[in-house]
Design a protein around this ligand. Structure first.
Ligand SMILES: Cc1ncc(COP(=O)(O)O)c(C=O)c1O
Length: 439
């Protein structure tokens, strides 16, 4: 007998007496009917839980201060960022716009980390005028620009230098950053990173407080993080011996993966926190240094499973090549399908208690062949007007939205304890053309 699919990402999902999928007690069929599709749905409860779980796991293992800075790039829906900031997260921002989003969401400038890899003087000037707490430097040319701008403004600025540990990172190559030869960070092995620290330590306006690295995204194994910590500690040893440098802070970036496929194994966060803390504590003890603050910049692991996308079946084509189910959502909504071939689970929300019966291909309405959301999915019998939920779309979907065929961006609802509320309205046709000028 075929099993009913109940491999939902977390305990917020349930099936009600109507056989509909619910999230935090809200009937998703009702939401789709009331607000229309496609529509994103965020669980406030899940967001808060994800943040608390992450910070508490690290706090339990590490005896000094731990900071979680939300990587705003993962999803910059203002209401979502606000929830995380209100919970106590700092913000990691990679652009001027992300910086402003963090401020609008209530982040204190001193709790904002500005990362990037191609900052111009005007970007640093803006960040310093806004009072950004920590700037992560990616190259010597950036370092020189920042020193110049900080001097002109007469503002001393705290920095980290991003280094590349050059490891094998088990993730899609498009999102592996801590491997040899990427555009990110300064190589430890070749001495590039050391040179940058040497330079920074002689500067008047930049005050280097630690080391930064970010090895990639969607990493489900503990080992690469531990190996990174070991390489950073060895690098700190060299910095200490050569320059007497004592880091106040180590920033390990983000990268914690989440399961996307039913049954996929999660990252063992407890083990990661325990092992990583041990490496840092023992390493610093051996060097006779005070323990640094540990900083992490998670994006995906905070928001990935806290948002879903509801869509409706518009047409069905039973072809000799398979059954095509046309949704009103598309790969515009799911850029990671195109970039990293990311898998997204799709559930028929109005038939959540029905057994899988047929194999289908979910496609969108866009005019290119690759507009395929999922192939060979075994689901209950699909009919016109069925509602589907595309799960785990919280990270790098909305923020990487593609505008193919000028389909407007969809609205977003947030589910709170008290209400389901629109937190981002749907884009209108006028929004789409509002920057165009014709004479
Ligand atoms: C510098 C930096 N920090 C943090 C992150 C967040 O990574 P993740 O969403 O995998 O946690 C990224 C993602 O690309 C990044 O580039």
């Amino acid at each position: 007998m075929k099993k009913v699919n109940n491999n939902f990402p977390h305990e917020g999902f349930k099936i009600n007496s109507l056989g509909h999928l619910t999230l935090d007690g809200y009937d998703l069929v009702d939401l789709a009917k009331k607000y229309g599709t496609p529509i994103y749905v965020i669980s406030e409860k899940r967001l808060k839980k994800n943040y608390q779980r992450l910070i508490n796991t690290f706090k339990e293992c590490y005896p000094e201060k731990v900071v979680i800075a939300y990587a705003v790039k993962a999803n910059y829906t203002l209401a979502l960022v606000k929830v995380l900031i209100s919970e106590g997260a700092w913000a990691e921002t990679f652009s001027g716009a992300e910086l402003h989003i963090a401020l609008l969401a209530g982040a204190s400038p001193k709790n904002i980390i500005l990362t990037g890899c191609n900052r111009l003087e005007k970007d640093f000037e803006e960040a310093l005028k806004l009072g950004v707490g920590l700037i992560v430097i990616d190259s010597i040319s950036e370092l020189q620009k920042l020193e110049k701008v900080a001097g002109q403004l007469g503002v001393e600025t705290k920095i980290l230098i991003r280094v590349n540990p050059a490891l094998t990172i088990p993730t899609h190559p498009m999102i592996a950053t801590g491997v040899r030869g990427t555009k990110f960070g300064l190589d430890i092995e070749s001495g590039e990173a050391l040179k940058a620290f040497e330079k920074a330590l002689t500067m008047d306006w930049v005050r280097i407080v630690g080391v930064h690295t970010h090895i990639g995204s969607q990493i489900l194994k503990v080992e690469p993080f531990i190996e990174t910590a070991k390489r950073i500690i060895s690098f700190v040893k060299v910095l200490n011996e050569k320059f007497g440098f004592k880091p106040e802070l180590l920033d390990f970036g983000g990268g914690f993966g989440i399961p996307y496929k039913p049954g996929e194994k999660s990252l063992n966060l407890q083990l990661l926190a325990k092992k990583m803390s041990r490496v840092v504590v023992e390493g610093f003890k051996k060097l006779g240094l005070n323990l640094p603050i540990l900083l992490f910049e998670p994006g995906r692991s905070l928001v990935g499973d806290a948002e879903i996308l509801l869509a409706k079946v518009g047409n069905i084509k039973d072809s000799s090549h398979g059954k095509f189910v046309y949704l009103d959502a598309s790969t515009n909504h799911l850029a990671p399908v195109l970039i990293t071939n990311q898998y997204y689970e799709i559930v028929l929300v109005n038939k959540a208690n029905k057994k899988p019966r047929e194999k289908v291909v979910f496609v969108g309405p866009l005019c290119f062949t690759g507009d395929v959301l999922a192939v060979d999915r075994v689901v209950p019998k699909v009919d016109m007007e069925d509602i589907v939920a595309i799960l785990n779309v919280g990270a790098y979907c909305k923020s990487a939205y593609i505008m193919h065929n000028a389909y407007p961006k969809s609205a977003t609802i947030m589910l709170t304890q008290h209400e389901a509320k629109i937190v981002q309205r749907k884009e209108t046709f006028e929004d789409i053309v509002c920057r165009d000028i014709i004479t």
